[in-house]
Design a protein around this ligand. Structure first.
Ligand code: ADP
Ligand code: ADP
Length: 235
């Protein structure tokens, strides 16, 4: 479903004669439907750059990224299939959480033409699925919610929009331990619904817990990959 084929990203730093930084260097891997793959690496290894390229937030320098055979490119149609959830759910990468009230945000950005009563019901059901109380969150503005609530809402939105792939970039690092377990369980639910999840993290134990396959990145290159148990040296 998601396929990266020999993907490279070179950042040009500075103008005139500035130097180039190769952040991602010939990376290939895939994520199948209903599968969680973790992308693990130290800070600076290129994980976020890969996540951002998959989401169409930054261009690919070389190689290709496709979802169901279609090359990624920024645009609303594309975002119906793929969504990012980021470490800081308030960050500018979450246009979903611009200014509007939560309900309108979830509903109107993407399906302006669907009649409201039908949507209201679906939105409430999805919010309940992520174990939030619709009455409590839907009338609020994003900044009135906690980081954990916002991340759950992004997952609710993924459920509503029939997404194919969720890119989760260090999403649990800001959460307390019990919320973290809840969010990880939600990701596990997503895969039972056939979504693919790319779980980006620097934290070995969390990726281990969630993913059947793991890709290890070092200085922009894949240095190890395979079944998570094997990568971490289980017998
Ligand atoms: P990670 O997510 O694993 O911490 P990043 O993808 O953020 O890694 O960064 C990989 C490399 O690319 C690092 O050397 C980083 O400094 C560089 N880099 C990331 N973003 C930019 C950018 N916008 N401009 C220039 N260099 C960048
Ligand atoms: P505009 O406000 O110009 O209509 P969007 O709201 O569609 O644009 O997107 C704003 C920014 O967020 C763009 O950089 C876009 O690539 C990015 N983006 C849009 N949708 C998503 C999404 N679901 N996940 C991650 N990034 C997104």
């Amino acid at each position: 479903m998601l396929r990266l084929d020999n993907v490279t990203k070179v950042y040009k730093v500075g103008t005139f004669g500035g130097k180039a930084v190769t952040a991602v260097d010939g990376v290939s891997f895939d994520v199948r439907p209903g599968e969680v793959v973790s992308l693990i690496g130290e800070s600076g290894s290129g994980k976020s750059t890969i996540g951002r390229m998959i989401l169409g937030l930054t261009s690919v320098t070389g190689g290709s990224i496709t979802v169901d055979g279609v090359p990624v490119k920024p645009g609303k149609e594309y975002y119906r299939g793929v969504q990012g959830v980021f470490q800081d759910p308030f960050s500018c990468y979450n246009p979903v959480f611009k200014a509007d009230r939560v309900f309108r945000m979830i509903k109107e950005t993407y399906y302006p033409s669907v009649p409201e009563p039908a949507w209201a019901e679906r939105v409430r059901a999805a919010v309940q699925d992520v174990r939030l109380n619709p009455g409590e969150v839907l009338g609020k503005y994003p900044h009135q919610l906690s980081g954990g609530q916002l991340q759950r809402l992004l997952i609710a939105r993924a459920l509503l929009l029939d997404l194919k792939l969720l890119v989760a970039d260090e999403i649990t690092s800001m959460l307390d331990a019990s919320t973290r377990i809840d969010v990880l369980n939600l990701l596990a639910d997503l895969k039972t619904r056939g979504l693919g999840v790319l779980y980006v993290t620097h934290d070995l134990s969390l990726g281990n817990y969630l993913a059947e396959r793991t890709v290890v990145l070092r200085r922009g290159q894949v240095v190890e990959r395979g079944l998570t148990g094997k990568v971490f040296g289980d017998p």
